[in-house]
Each structure stands twice: as structure tokens, then as C-alpha cells.
Ligand binder design. Structure first.
Ligand code: ADP
Ligand code: MG
Length: 778
């Protein structure tokens, strides 16, 4: 039979643990209710103290736990003293004024000591809020080691001890070494050294207790520490004896200054929380004060971890709120179409092929949106050639079946003409009248097309941005397809949205889901992740530039077989002029290297019409090799081009290489891509190998994101991503999805965030938005 005191123990232990772990309701397996049911029957007062624990705020939980532990304290022993959050906070420096300050208070209005204003300005911090969210760049563990037994050579350590002796040496002129020997509580001796820091000497008095951090060196049983940071114990210790944050440094601003200022802000700003207890509980988030303290002054790893989790969640939450608000049109009413299955089958029946499973799946997603009265705002992603245009054509057909007009907007005239050709092929046989509106038309032709659009004599119109200019009046636009390739901004899309047609955005740039959710969060996502059958995958070969001649031999062989080739020149980020020069030079070189081939040139300095001309000539086979900078359009279709050589491939991002490679393999013949590496490091090889081994754009995009981080990914809309300071898109998909869910939930119930309970959340959203100079938020 267990005694009462056994049961008391069984109950007390998990409660102590729970308190030590920050009252997250995690220490108690099976939940608090169950624990109480099992063990607390003999202790009604304890049950009372912990009643409704799950639903309590952090501070309330803490109080309740402490009360319960007092009740459960073993006879004759006081309740265990478990460090509470408040006690973990660094000591408050003596401050004359302790009146609370709102987060928006300008730093200039608070006394941070002489010269503070200039320092804050140079750090880009203006308000107390800025200071609170100026997170450390990294953290360093400066908790004192209990004993030296475990210290490894080269490890960063923090030691505490009393100075027992000191010594100064000048082993050679210009070199000055200070040594102090500390003795710790276990009687172990540690030698601390300072190089060329004479000013330290006056702080080293025998008998003084010091705490020193630095890199350790082991000499048999003794340990020497090359001191990097030192404080005398007893001093209020923001900078040592704990896990400390290391902030972005600037000349003349000490870490200590930032830490003290941050501590003042934490103490003076009544933090509260913009997330309710319920939401925090739902997503396992700690409260805001705990998170901010934990980010700046964590009491242990667990504290830092939950702080990081919470603040990362917040970053995504505000990002998602913003993108969702940006796409606010999406929650408004759009067009409602019949979009009958029979019509889809009718369209498919007219095709020379069957839809792939992926095409069918996204088509149903699109049709669902079209049937609903909500305005469709959907991003259709899929590699080049995955059959997006065919899907879009079907959607346009569905709109037409309901007597609505449709638009397909392309970023360039070449692509517009190409789409026009495809749509005519798909839709004209079904009786749909398809038109083309581009800048190259004569004014008279343009006027005629515009008239036909206005009176409804054209059903589907393909065009460039000319489609959204003021003088285009639609008769009844129902569906707009935007072939984006990241060129249209939100504003331009909105113009098209003005008549509230449903909108489908197509993109041939596979991007990882995490990036899509943040960068294109205002759009729902459909992905075609399967190529139509019967495609011969492009063969890719990575070579070193020593084998360059040989590969051009291969190119020549293809040309002799009647094929054509692209040669892409090195990307030169700094200067378009240099890039044009490089391309021109390469074209000259190739004329010598491939005397039988006809060589053409395409670059970014050419006018749009000139580029179109060159592409048309290439398509007509007026020449065999097209030397080009990266301007060759995504989606440009020259089926006879079967080889692509990419010079200095290491200068391109993986996703970009994949995009470029997509220019070949457009016909039925086997196609090739040759990556010439101008640099031979292991790292480069490893990176380029990914392209050599995979033709799956999503796999490549994920790898690119992991390797380079989102900051360097090109072809993504940057808005908002710059502000991710903790977030890492390569690993945060789960948090992003959770944050997005909450953002959607909030906006669904209060699209303008006008409920008084959301005032704090709204203010925080506005503060974060103004920081990145984002203008479009509520
Ligand atoms: P994307 O717009 O994604 O680049 P397209 O819709 O232009 O792709 O399709 C590329 C090529 O593949 C076109 O020639 C198209 O006719 C063809 N195609 C599309 N879907 C299929 C399919 N399910 N089966 C066979 N061929 C297809
Ligand atoms: Mg296409």
C-alpha cells in the first residue's frame, strides 16, 4: 500500500517539473486533469488550487502551481524554490523612473544615457518596440561551468572563480600578456590570459570573484582560457553567467549598451499579448512577454527555444495577415460559373491527348473556384511543358460556355503570340472567337480589337499589358489568366481584377511550398507536378571548362543533324553593359570555333521589337546558334533547338539554371544541356550536380532554397520576406502553415481587424508593415 506521502511525492514531482519548464502544460503527461484525478483525491485543496489549469494564462498557472506546491511540501521542509520567470530576469538596474511606457514611445524620449540617441539612430532603432524586436543575431552560452573535468580543447567556456594570483609578461616588445589564476568552488585552478589589453589590469585584484568567458586550451589537467569577456561577480550580469544574446554590432556601440537598453525596454513596456490565450494554446505558443524575455535574456535553452518558436510564428503570422489583406479582393464576390463536368469532358474530347492526372486534379480545383461565388485567386504552378496552358484554355472555355469573356495576359509580345497560337488551336474549333492585342498592332488594328472587346465580338483575348490599359473596356470579362513569370506586380493584377473576374495566375517557376505560401500567400495554390507522358527527359552534363572545345564539337554535330542550339553567357550581376559585352564576345568566339554554323545574338540592351525579330529568325532557322544573355523568355518555344550550353554555370542559381534548361526539350527529339563550370570547387560541383541529376523543378527549388536561403532566391516577390529575421523558409513549412491557418481564421471573422479585442494585433501589424515601408495594409 502506498503511503499518503508516496502519493504526495507522485503528485509533487510532475508539478515541480511543470513549473521549472515554464508552465507549458507539457510536463504532465496525459494532462493536468488526469494527474489530479489520479493522485490528488486525498488533497482537495491542491485540486482546488489547480482547477481549470489548462485554460489559465501563464502567470495564473505559475501562481496556481506555486500554491499547490506549498500545500504539497513535505513535512518540515519549505516548498522547493523553483526559479520563476520573474526571478530569471536580470536584476533591474537602478532606475529613477519606472512609469510604464507604450511600445510606440520614441527612444529619444527615454533616458538611456549620453550618446544613446546617436547609437540608436545608427542601429536603425526608433521606438521601444523596435528595441524589443531587435533580436540577437545569435546566442552564446556563458553559463559558468561547474567543473573543468569536461572542458575540451578549443571549446568556448565560462568560468567563475576567485583571483588567487596575477602576473604580467612582455615576452617581446609590443606584446603584453596579463595572466590571472582563478580558483573555482571545487578548488580547481584556471589560468586566464589577456593579450595586449593593459587596461584590464586594474580590474584584476586578488581576492576578487570573476566570471570569464573565452576559448579554452587544455594542458594536461590544467585549463587556460583566452579571455574574451570578463566581469566581476556581483555586478548585475547581463553579459555573462547566462545564455546571452549577441546583437548586430556597429562601430562604437557595445553589446552591453544594447543589452541594457533592451532590458530597460522590457521592464518599462507593459507587454501584454496580441494573441489570445486560446490561440496560444491551440498552436502551442508561449506568451509574448515570456518570448521577448526569452529571446533577449533566456534563462535556459528551453526558454530560448520556446521564445524562438513564438516569435518565428509571429513573423509568419503578420506576413500572412499582410498578404491575405493584400489579396483582400479574393474574399469578395467574383463570378459564378456553371463549370459543368460535361463541359470539361467536351473540351478534353477535342484534344489530341488526354489530360494527365495532375492536370485533371488542378482543373477540378479551378472549376470548384469558378463555381463558387467567391472570386478565384489561384496560382497555377508547373514546370515548363507540364500543360498549364492547356488547363488555362479549358478554364477559359468554361467561362465562354457561360457567355463570359476571357483574357490571357502574357509578359511579352513573343509569349503573347505563342499563347495566341495555342489558344486558337484549342478553342477556334469549338467556335470560340480568339483575338490578339499587342503593342505591335497598328493604331487602327488596335482600335478595331478594342471595339470588338467592348461589344463582345471577341470571346477570348490574348495580349500583353495592353490588355489592362484604360482604353480597354470589356463587355463582360469573367476570367483573367495571367502568365506571370513574376513580372506583374500586385497592383497590375489588381487593375485586371477591377471588374472582379476570376483570376488564374500561371507560373512556370516551381517554388517550394513555404515560399509560395509567404510570397504568394494572397493566392491559393495548384500544382501540376507531372509531365505529360512520352517526353524524353533532357540529358544534362556538367563539364569543366577544359572540356569546353569538346562540347562545342558535340554542338556542331547536332547542328549538322539539322538541330539548333542556345548558348547562354555568364551572368554578370553588376552590369548589363558588361553582360552585353560578354555575349557579343562569345558570339565572335563561336564564329571562329564553329565556322560552319550561323550564329545570332540576343541581349538585354535590344529593343523589344528587335528581340522579337531575332527570336522569329531563330524559330525560322535563319541561323543555328543563338548566343544570349539570360533574356531568353521562359516559355519561348523553338522545338528544333535541342542543345543548350550554359557558360559559367556556377554563377546562376539552381532554379534559374532549371528555367534556362527548359528552353530545350520542346520537341520530340532528345535534347541536351551542357553546364560549363568556370570554377572547380567541391561546393560548386555539388551544387551543379543537383541540376545534372534532377529534372524535377520542385526538387531543384527546394535544394536551392536550402543552399542559398530565401534572401538570395531570385524571381520571387520580395515584399515581406525581408523582414523574416528568425524565420527560415527552408525548414519552417509547418509553422508557416499554422500561422497561415490562424491568419485566415482571424480575417474570416474580422476582415478589417476592427474588433476592439484585435486592436493590439492590428497595431502590431501596422508597426511591422510601416517598418518595411509597405503601404497597402488596411
Ligand atoms: P505549359 O504551359 O505548362 O508550358 P503547355 O500547356 O504549353 O505547357 O503544354 C506543353 C505541350 O504539351 C504542348 O504542346 C501541349 O499541347 C502538350 N500537352 C499538354 N498537356 C498534355 C497532355 N496531357 N498529354 C500530352 N501532351 C500534352
Ligand atoms: Mg506555356
Amino acid at each position: 500500500m502506498p503511503t499518503l506521502s508516496d502519493i504526495q511525492d507522485k503528485l509533487r514531482r510532475p508539478l515541480e517539473l511543470e513549473l521549472a519548464q515554464g508552465c507549458q502544460n507539457r510536463a504532465v503527461s496525459g494532462g493536468m486533469e488526469r494527474l489530479l484525478d489520479t493522485f490528488a483525491r486525498p488533497f482537495p485543496k491542491v485540486r482546488e488550487a489547480l482547477r481549470g489549469y489548462d485554460g489559465l494564462e501563464h502567470a495564473e498557472r505559475q501562481t496556481a502551481l506555486q500554491a499547490a506546491l506549498v500545500l504539497l511540501a513535505p513535512e518540515g521542509r519549505p516548498a522547493p524554490k523553483v526559479p520563476t520567470r520573474t526571478e530569471n530576469r536580470p536584476a533591474l538596474p537602478p532606475e529613477s523612473d519606472t512609469t510604464p511606457l507604450p511600445p510606440g514611445t520614441e527612444l529619444a524620449k527615454v533616458n538611456f544615457g549620453p550618446g544613446a540617441g546617436r547609437k540608436f539612430t545608427s542601429l536603425g532603432l526608433h521606438t521601444l518596440r523596435d528595441l524589443l524586436h531587435n533580436y540577437p543575431r545569435r546566442h552564446e552560452d556563458r553559463r559558468a561551468l561547474p567543473s573543468l573535468a569536461e572542458v575540451e580543447d578549443g571549446q568556448k567556456v565560462t568560468v567563475v572563480g576567485v583571483i588567487v594570483s596575477k602576473n604580467r609578461r612582455t615576452p617581446r616588445p609590443g606584446m603584453f600578456i596579463l595572466e590571472a589564476t582563478l580558483e573555482n568552488a571545487w578548488g580547481e585552478k584556471i589560468k586566464c590570459t589577456w593579450f595586449n589589453q593593459a587596461w584590464v589590469e586594474k580590474g584584476l585584484k586578488e581576492g576578487l570573484r570573476l566570471i570569464v568567458s573565452g576559448r579554452a586550451k587544455r594542458f594536461g589537467r590544467t585549463v587556460q582560457v583566452a579571455a574574451e569577456h570578463m566581469e566581476s561577480v556581483g555586478q548585475d550580469s547581463l553579459s555573462t553567467g547566462r545564455i546571452i544574446g549577441i546583437y548586430d554590432a556597429k562601430e562604437g556601440i557595445s553589446q552591453d549598451f544594447v543589452r541594457k537598453a533592451t532590458q530597460t525596454a522590457l521592464n518599462r513596456v507593459p507587454l501584454g499579448d496580441y494573441l489570445t490565450t486560446r490561440w496560444r494554446g491551440l498552436y502551442g505558443l508561449t506568451d509574448l512577454p515570456d518570448a521577448l524575455w526569452g529571446m533577449h535574456f533566456p534563462s535556459d535553452e528551453a526558454h530560448l527555444a520556446r521564445a524562438n518558436h513564438r516569435l518565428r510564428f509571429d513573423e509568419y503570422l503578420f506576413l500572412e495577415l499582410r498578404v491575405l489583406l493584400q489579396g483582400e479582393d479574393a474574399v469578395l464576390l467574383g463570378k459564378r460559373f456553371g463549370a459543368a463536368d460535361a463541359d470539361m469532358q467536351g473540351f478534353e474530347g477535342g484534344l489530341p491527348f488526354r489530360f494527365t492526372g495532375a492536370q485533371r486534379r488542378v482543373l477540378y480545383e479551378i472549376a470548384d473556384d469558378m463555381r463558387s461565388e467567391r472570386q478565384m485567386a489561384r496560382l497555377l504552378q508547373g514546370d515548363v511543358g507540364s500543360g498549364k496552358t492547356a488547363v488555362a484554355a479549358c478554364a477559359l472555355y468554361l467561362a465562354w460556355r457561360d457567355s463570359y469573356q476571357g483574357a490571357l495576359m502574357a509578359p511579352t509580345e513573343i509569349l503573347a503570340r505563342q499563347h495566341y497560337a495555342s489558344l486558337t488551336g484549342y478553342l477556334t474549333p469549338l467556335g470560340v472567337r480568339v483575338g490578339l492585342l499587342i503593342g505591335a498592332l497598328t493604331p487602327k488594328q488596335k482600335a478595331e480589337v478594342q471595339r470588338q472587346i467592348a461589344v463582345g465580338e471577341l470571346d477570348i483575348v490574348v495580349g500583353t499589358q495592353a490588355l489592362i490599359q484604360e482604353n480597354v473596356q470589356w463587355h463582360n470579362l469573367g476570367l483573367a489568366v495571367v502568365d506571370e513569370e513574376h513580372r506583374f506586380g500586385v497592383m497590375q493584377r489588381r487593375k485586371l481584377l477591377a471588374g472582379r473576374p476570376d483570376v488564374l495566375v500561371m507560373s512556370a517557376t516551381p517554388i517550394p511550398r513555404s515560399l509560395a505560401l509567404t510570397s504568394y500567400g494572397d493566392l491559393e495554390l495548384s500544382v501540376i507536378d507531372e509531365l505529360p507522358p512520352g517526353r524524353t527527359p533532357i540529358q544534362t552534363k556538367l563539364i569543366q571548362d577544359t572540356a569546353r572545345r569538346q562540347s562545342y564539337g558535340f554542338v556542331m554535330k547536332q547542328i549538322r543533324e539539322g538541330r539548333q542550339a542556345y548558348v547562354v553567357t555568364a551572368l554578370i550581376e553588376e552590369s548589363e553593359t558588361l553582360e552585353v559585352l560578354a555575349a557579343t564576345q562569345l558570339a565572335e568566339d563561336l564564329k571562329v570555333l564553329l565556322p560552319e554554323a550561323r550564329v545570332g545574338l540576343l541581349h538585354g540592351r535590344m529593343a523589344a521589337a528587335e528581340k522579337d525579330d531575332v527570336m522569329d529568325q531563330f524559330r525560322r532557322r535563319d541561323f543555328d546558334v543563338l548566343v544570349s544573355t539570360t533574356v531568353i523568355e521562359v516559355g519561348v518555344d523553338v522545338p528544333n533547338a535541342t542543345v543548350m550550353v550554359i557558360e559559367n554555370a556556377e554563377r546562376f542559381g539552381l532554379s534559374q539554371l532549371h528555367q534556362l534548361r527548359g528552353r530545350v526539350g520542346r520537341g520530340s527529339a532528345q535534347s541536351y544541356c551542357i553546364l560549363v563550370a568556370g570554377e572547380h570547387s567541391q561546393k560548386t560541383r555539388k551544387r551543379l550536380k543537383i541540376i545534372e541529376d534532377s529534372t524535377d523543378g520542385f526538387v531543384i527549388a527546394e535544394a536551392d532554397l536550402k543552399l542559398r536561403g530565401h534572401g538570395e532566391l531570385r524571381g520571387t516577390r520580395q515584399s515581406g520576406l525581408d523582414e523574416l529575421r528568425l524565420g527560415d523558409l527552408a525548414s519552417d513549412l509547418e509553422i508557416i502553415e499554422a500561422a497561415r491557418e490562424l491568419a485566415k481564421h482571424i480575417l474570416k471573422h474580422d476582415p478589417t481587424l476592427s474588433h476592439p479585442g484585435l486592436a493590439y494585433l492590428k497595431a502590431e501589424l501596422q508597426a511591422r508593415s510601416s517598418q518595411i515601408a509597405y503601404r497597402e495594409v488596411i
